[in-house]
Design a protein around this ligand. Structure first.
Ligand SMILES: NC(=O)C1=CN([C@@H]2O[C@H](COP(=O)(O)OP(=O)(O)OC[C@H]3O[C@@H](n4cnc5c(N)ncnc54)[C@H](O)[C@@H]3O)[C@@H](O)[C@H]2O)C=CC1
Ligand SMILES: O=C(CO)COP(=O)(O)O
Length: 303
C-alpha cells in the first residue's frame, strides 16, 4: 500500500488527503499546528505532498532537511506561488534542497471546494522524472479526478502561479460589471502574457495551452470560489486590500505573486501590461477604473 504524507492542512491539503484516501493510499495529514510528529509521518513515506502556502515553503523545507528523508521518496509540490527573496518557484526550491529526490508538480483547475463536494476535475502531474509523475498519476487518478502527465514541471507550475494575477484582474472586471466582451479580451490577452513570462523563465509555450495554464486560468477567473478573484472583485467594490484579506481568512497567492512577477519583469525586461496594472492597483497607485483605462489606451499594435 502506498504511504502518502500531506504537509499542510489547509483547504487544498485537506482535499488532497481525501482524494488520496479515496484511492486506497494510507494517508498522513500533517500541519504545523497539529500534534502529529513530523518525523513519524516522513519515515517510510512513498510520497510527500507539500500543500503549504508560499510563505510556508521555506520553513517546511528546513523542517524536512533536519530529518532523514529517503532519496526514494517522491516530493510533490502543489503550491502556486513565487519566493519573494529569490523569485524561485516552489519546485525549484524543493529540488535545490533535495537534489536526489524526484520532484513532481501537481497543478490544474482544481478549486478545492468543488473537489471536496466530489465534483469531477482534471489536473497535471509534471516532472523531469516521468516515472515519478506516472506514479503520482496512479496514486491520485479516480472516477472524480483525472490526472494527466507531462515533462514540463516549470511550465505546469508557472501556469497555476501566474493565472492568480489575472484572476485578480478578472475579479475587478466582474466587480466593475464591464461585460462579457471585456472579460473575454482580458483572458485572451492574459494567455500570451503568461507564455511570455514562462518561456523567458525556461518553460515550454505549449504547456500553457493545457489544463495547468489555460484550464486553470478559465477556472479561477470565472469562479467566486477563487480567493484571488475575490480580491479583485472586492477592490472593484471599493474595499481596501487589508479588509479583503482579513475577510478571506485564507491564502490569496496572487497578491505576493504580482509583486514578485513585477520584480522579475523589471529585471529581465519582460512586457507584462495586465500584470503591471494589477500591481499598481494592489499597491494603491491607481483605482480599478484607472487600471482599465490604462489598458485600453496603450499604444496600438498588431495582435
Ligand atoms: N485551495 C485551492 O483550491 C487550491 C490551492 N492551491 C495552492 O495550495 C497552496 C495552499 O493553499 P490552501 O490550502 O488553499 O491555503 P490555506 O490558507 O487554506 O492553507 C495554507 C496552509 O499553509 C500552511 N502554512 C502557512 N504558513 C506556513 C508555515 N510558515 N509553515 C508551515 N505551514 C504553513 C498553513 O498552516 C495551511 O496548512 C497555495 O499555494 C494555493 O495556491 C492549489 C490548488 C488549489
Ligand atoms: O488555484 C486554484 C484553483 O485551481 C485556487 O484558486 P484560489 O487560490 O484563487 O482560490
Amino acid at each position: 500500500m502506498t504511504i502518502l504524507t500531506i504537509l499542510g492542512g489547509g483547504a487544498w491539503g485537506s482535499a488532497l488527503a481525501n482524494l488520496g484516501g479515496k484511492k486506497g493510499s494510507r494517508v498522513n495529514l500533517w500541519s504545523r499546528s497539529s500534534s502529529v510528529n513530523l518525523e513519524s509521518v516522513i519515515t517510510g513515506a512513498d510520497v510527500v505532498v507539500s500543500a503549504v502556502s508560499m510563505k510556508g515553503v521555506g520553513a517546511t523545507v528546513d523542517r524536512l532537511l533536519a530529518l532523514e528523508l529517503s532519496p526514494s521518496t517522491i516530493i510533490v509540490t502543489v503550491t502556486k506561488g513565487l519566493d519573494p527573496a529569490s523569485t524561485r518557484t516552489p519546485s525549484q526550491i524543493w529540488q535545490n534542497a533535495f537534489p536526489n529526490n524526484s520532484i513532481v508538480v501537481l497543478s490544474g483547475p482544481n478549486l478545492s471546494e468543488e473537489i471536496q463536494q466530489g465534483l469531477p476535475a482534471a489536473t497535471v502531474a509534471a516532472s523531469l522524472d516521468l516515472a515519478a509523475a506516472k506514479q503520482v498519476q496512479n496514486i491520485y487518478s479516480s472516477d472524480i479526478f483525472r490526472v494527466y502527465v507531462n515533462e514540463d514541471p516549470l511550465g505546469t507550475e508557472l501556469g497555476g502561479t501566474l493565472k492568480n494575477v489575472f484572476a485578480i484582474a478578472a475579479g475587478v472586471c466582474d466587480g466593475l460589471q464591464l461585460g462579457t466582451n471585456a472579460k473575454s479580451a482580458l483572458l485572451t490577452r492574459a494567455l500570451p502574457e503568461m507564455i511570455r513570462v514562462g518561456v523567458r523563465l525556461g518553460a515550454r509555450a505549449e504547456t500553457f495551452y493545457g489544463l495547468s495554464g489555460l484550464g486553470d486560468l478559465l477556472a479561477t477567473c470565472n469562479s467566486p470560489l477563487s480567493r484571488n478573484y475575490r480580491v479583485g472583485f472586492g477592490l472593484a467594490k471599493g474595499k481596501s486590500l487589508e479588509q479583503i484579506l482579513q475577510e478571506l481568512q485564507s491564502t490569496a497567492e496572487g497578491v505576493n505573486t504580482t509583486n514578485v512577477l513585477i520584480d522579475l519583469a523589471n529585471q529581465r525586461g519582460i512586457e507584462v501590461p495586465v500584470s503591471r496594472q494589477v500591481y499598481r492597483l494592489l499597491n494603491g497607485e491607481i483605482t480599478p477604473e484607472q487600471a482599465v483605462l490604462s489598458l485600453m489606451e496603450r499604444t496600438l499594435k498588431p495582435e
